[in-house]
Design a protein around this ligand. Sequence first.
Ligand code: FES
Length: 228
Amino acid sequence: MRTRRTLGRSFLSLTGWTLEGEAPREKRVVMIAAPHTSNWDFPFAMAAAAALELPMAWMGKHTLFQRPWGALLRALGGIPIDRTKHHNIVQAMVAYAEGRLGEAAVPLPAVTRIIAIGSDRMMHAVQQARHGVLAPHLTPSHVAIGSINSPMQCMMKEVCAQCLQRHVDPATGRESFVFTCFNQDQELDRVDFANLRARLRQNSVQEKLADLWLAHVLAQAPAPLAHV
Ligand code: FES
C-alpha cells in the first residue's frame, strides 16, 4: 500500500501536480476525474487514487501490462484483459467475485457504481448479467452506467441527430430518445442495445460506401490530386 502511495505521489509531483486535501473518511465515495479531454485523465486519476490510498480496481487491454509498465499498472489496481482470446468479460467478473483471480481489491458486494465502457456487445452482456449470473454478487441498489458508443457526426449536441439513442424505461416500457453526444454516460438498464447495434451496422455501411466513393473519385483525379 505504501509503495502504491509513493508511486502515485511521485507521478503527480513529476508531472507538476500538487495533491490537496485528505482522502474522505466515508466508507463509500464517488470519485470524479474530469474533464475528459484526453487519455491523460486516466493516469492522473490513478495517481490521485494511489496517492490518497483509495482502493481501486480497473481492467485494461493486456498489451498495456507488458514491460516496462506491467508491474506499475498492476500495483495501481490494473487487471489485464487479453482481447485476442475469446474470454468473456462476464465470466471474468464472476471469477473475480469468487476469488479465482486472487484476493479481490474491491469485493463486488461493496460495489455501488458500475461503469461499462467498451463495445456495444460487452455493455449489453454486462447489462444482462447484472440481473443474472452477477446478481448474487452485487448489491441490488447499485447503479450501472454505460458509456454509449452511438455513431456521431457533428458532436454539437442536438444538431445532426446522428447520435440519437433509443431508451426503454425498464419499469413502464415507455420509449424515449437521447442525444448521446449530449450525454454519453447513460443508465445501462434503459439502453436499447438492439437498436444501438442496428445503428452501428448502418453507420458501418455508410462508412464503407463513402470509402469506395472516395477511392473511385481519387482514381479519376489528375495525378497530383490522387496523391493528396
Ligand atoms: S452527433 Fe450531432 S447531434 Fe449528436
